[in-house]
Each structure stands twice: as structure tokens, then as C-alpha cells.
Write a protein that binds this ligand. Structure first.
Ligand code: HEM
Length: 237
């Protein structure tokens, strides 16, 4: 027993992680169907239903992500930015040490892990912001839906008549302006989706490789919070 049990991941980090996994898998599945709606011959009603479900799951994903971003500012220990991102002084040296295989166990993330956290959180944030904007311009859902519906309405007192894919009470010119505005957000949403499809398998492969190298039980640590680190090498990274 030359290893010690060390508590690393708090309950809220572990909860965030698994809610995030489930929400992203659902969003990828529904998003893939929406993306291939034409090929699959999905009706307009079907599309609106899929988009509504996608947006409702999206709210879970977005609230969870916002919670995580706030925790990184106000939380403790390994919840905080300086423990999870690759911007701390000395990161380059840490990375060199890592690539040369000089250090085998990390209490928090390895340098490669920190780069992955940065990539995942950035892409997820782009996905969240673009998703919330297109939810407003497409099915007129919060937080921006009311604003866009008011903008394109002919009769501003009858906003309730504005429905997805319907021309009722819609000012054609204002509608076109809204569609043009939304284009870059759709592009960002689709490219961020492709990035996630690349990053998720890389993240899983990275975790498996790290576990084979470190043998610190880092997969079960995301369930129970504990890693098993070499006794003789205390490490605060
Ligand atoms: C990891 C998270 C997410 C993934 C992987 C994802 C993926 C996708 C994909 C692949 C599409 C199809 C794009 C297209 O047909 O052009 C899509 C569409 C959409 N997403 Fe997401 N999404 C995510 C999060 C969100 C969030 C947080 C929201 C809002 C709450 C959202 C709202 C929408 C809407 C409204 C559409 C329909 C766009 C259209 O009109 O085609 N998404 N999403």
C-alpha cells in the first residue's frame, strides 16, 4: 500500500460532470436528427417538436454549465479556475515535464487535462450562447424569444399569434433581418457541435491513457471524489 487516498472532486463537480454528460448525449442525438431532418423526411410539426425538446434539454445543459462557470469563481480547491485551466505561471514547464513522462500522478488535472478542460468549456460555452440565440429566433423560446417575436410582429399587441414557421402577424422584412442575424449563430452552433464530436472521444481516450499511466483511479474519482496517489510524491497541481 504505497498509495494514499486523496479527496479531489467535490460533490457539485461530480454532479455537474454527470448531468453534463447526459445532457450532451441527448443534445447530440436530437441535434443529429434535426440536422438530417430533410433526409429523414421530418414534417414541420415534427421539426418544431424536436427543436422544443432539444431546447428544453438545452436549458438543463445551460443551467448546469452556468452553475459550473460561477463555481469556478466562487468555489473551493479544485473547483476554481486556477486549478483547472492552463494559465497558471509555470504551466509550460509543467507541460514539458508531463510530455517527458517525468511526473506520473496529479492531484487535479494533468497539463494535457487542463488543455482539454479549456477546449471543452470554451466549445460548450459557444454551444450554449448560440443555442439560446437560435432558440429565440426559431421557436421564440426564452431568454430572447419574446424580444424577437416583438421585433417581427406587425401587431405588437398580438405577440401570441407569432408561431414557428407561420407567417401570421409577421412583418416579412423584419423576419428576413432576424433570419440574417441568426445565420452566424447557426454556423457557430453546427461547428461547435462538430468540435464536440471530436473532443469527446479525445477526452475519453485521454482519461483512459492517463489512468493506465497514473493508476490513481481517476475514473472512479469522478463518482466518489477520491484519487489514489503515490505516498512519496505529494503533488498539489
Ligand atoms: C452540447 C450541447 C448542444 C449540442 C451538441 C447541440 C447540437 C445541435 C445540432 C447538431 C443542431 C442541428 C443544427 C441545424 O440543423 O442547423 C442543433 C440545433 C438547434 N439547437 Fe442545439 N445543441 C446543443 C445545445 C443547445 C442549447 C443549449 C440550445 C438552447 C437552449 C440549443 C438550441 C438549438 C436550436 C433552437 C436548434 C435548431 C436550429 C435550427 O433551426 O436548425 N442547442 N443543435
Amino acid at each position: 500500500m504505497n498509495r494514499k487516498q486523496v479527496f479531489v472532486w467535490s460533490r457539485r463537480i461530480r454532479l455537474f460532470h454527470w448531468i453534463n454528460v447526459i445532457a450532451i448525449l441527448l443534445l447530440i442525438a436530437i441535434g443529429t436528427v434535426i440536422l438530417n431532418g430533410k433526409i429523414l423526411g421530418i414534417s414541420t410539426e415534427g421539426k418544431v417538436l424536436l427543436k422544443t425538446i432539444h431546447v428544453l434539454v438545452g436549458y438543463v445543459f445551460a443551467s448546469n454549465l452556468i452553475f459550473r462557470l460561477i463555481t469556478a469563481f466562487v468555489g473551493k480547491g479544485y473547483e476554481r479556475w486556477h486549478k483547472i485551466l492552463p494559465f497558471k505561471k509555470g504551466f509550460k514547464a509543467e507541460l514539458v515535464e508531463f510530455t517527458q513522462g517525468k511526473k506520473l500522478a496529479y492531484k487535479g488535472h494533468s497539463p494535457a487535462g487542463k488543455l482539454m478542460v479549456l477546449a471543452l468549456l470554451s466549445v460548450m460555452t459557444v454551444q450554449m450562447i448560440s443555442g439560446l440565440v437560435i432558440a429565440g429566433t426559431d421557436i421564440y423560446y426564452p431568454p430572447f424569444g419574446q424580444y424577437f417575436a416583438e421585433n417581427i410582429a406587425v401587431d405588437k399587441d398580438n405577440i401570441a399569434a407569432i408561431k414557428p414557421y407561420s407567417k401570421e402577424n409577421v412583418n416579412a422584412a423584419a423576419y428576413q433581418v432576424m433570419r440574417d442575424f441568426r445565420k452566424p449563430f447557426i454556423t457557430a452552433h453546427v461547428y461547435a457541435f462538430y468540435c464536440l464530436l471530436l473532443l469527446i472521444p479525445l477526452h475519453i481516450i485521454g482519461v483512459i491513457m492517463a489512468e493506465r499511466r497514473e493508476k490513481s483511479a481517476l475514473i472512479s474519482a469522478m463518482f466518489n471524489g477520491y484519487k489514489y496517489l503515490p505516498k512519496n510524491k505529494p503533488d498539489e497541481h
